[in-house]
Design a protein around this ligand. Structure first.
Ligand SMILES: [Zn+2]
Length: 311
């Protein structure tokens, strides 16, 4: 068995205004970090275009049409102050979703032990009918709903270690008792949600807010005390991961102080859960991370652990 790595150059064609943190160089940083010799064993696949109908698992048709209608013939257009689209954005978004769904298919079929999907735009801030925080469509929530329906699973865990709260994922999975959504994030910080008191309609949401300047030790202690017991008790049949690398100390958009090895640590813990309960099945998809060097190194550390544990 092996680790699958899915990406596509169409992800570079989602353009944002000059100087925007969520830029094509992010995807280049991740893919280039995975070209060294240690990653030769990755099972590389191009992220396919998702069927547009898959978007309906999380988003109403009217919202999908509105995003399409906002796509400019050239340059960029704004959906909100942070979130922009360009001529290539819809196609890039369909590949970001398509890669994630393909990765689910691969791990469910046993074609790969686990998988990492590096595409953009990211997804965890997108709500049902609202683009926000650089995100257009909720790749990870759609993947969770897809896995439940397509494979008849009873329990899918979604773990989001991006430094920002995964408000969109929480919104879309709030009333889905077959999912457990766990998010660690800096608080206060954009988008402002993610209090520990937000627990989901079926006690299926666990938020771990972390104070600014918290380091990896604080995160590990909180995750071990609160998240691991909940994930163990939930016993997921599939583990999905919103992998943002912006909790790194070098990241310009937030004030947590994780190091590269903290991303390796959380990856090991998530693989522990997957090995115990879900036959090792884990699909991780790129969310944030805005210091290019830290992003590349942290994503490489994440994928190296996936490969070690998936071997
Ligand atoms: Zn983020």
């Amino acid at each position: 068995m092996t680790t699958a790595f899915l990406t596509h150059p169409d992800g570079l064609d989602h353009a944002t205004p000059p100087g925007h943190a969520e830029c094509a160089d992010r995807l280049r940083a991740v893919t280039e970090a995975l070209t060294t010799e240690g990653f030769a064993g990755l099972l590389r696949e191009e992220a396919p275009l998702a069927d547009e109908a898959e978007l309906l698992r999380a988003h109403p048709q009217g919202y999908i049409d509105a995003v399409k209608a906002a796509i400019p013939a050239e340059g960029t257009a704004s959906l909100d102050p942070d979130t922009h689209v360009s001529p290539g954005s819809f196609r890039a978004a369909l590949r970001a979703l398509g890669g994630t769904l393909r990765a689910v298919d691969m791990v469910m079929a046993g074609a790969a032990a686990n998988a990492f999907v590096a595409m953009r735009p990211p997804g965890h801030h997108a709500e049902a009918a609202r683009a926000m925080g650089f995100c257009l469509f909720s790749n990870i929530a759609i993947a969770a709903k897809y896995a439940l329906d397509r494979y008849g699973l009873a329990r899918v865990a979604v773990v989001d270690f991006d430094v920002h709260h995964g408000n969109g994922t929480q919104d879309l999975l709030w009333s889905e008792p077959r999912t457990l959504f766990v998010s660690s994030h800096q608080m206060p910080l954009y988008p402002g949600t993610g209090e520990a008191a937000e627990t989901g309609a079926a006690d299926n949401v666990l938020n771990l807010p972390l104070a600014p300047r918290s380091d990896g030790r604080a995160f590990r202690a909180a995750f071990e005390a609160h998240a691991l017991p909940r994930l163990e008790a939930f016993a997921p049949e599939l583990v999905l991961v919103s992998a943002g690398f912006d909790a790194h100390a070098a990241d310009p958009l937030a004030e947590l102080a994780w190091r590269t090895e903290d991303f390796a640590w959380i990856t090991h813990r998530l693989c522990d859960i997957a090995e115990t309960h879900s036959g090792g099945r884990l699909v991780s998809t790129l969310e944030g991370g805005y210091d290019l060097e830290a992003l590349g190194a942290s994503a490489a550390a994440h994928v190296a652990v996936l490969m070690e544990r998936g071997a």
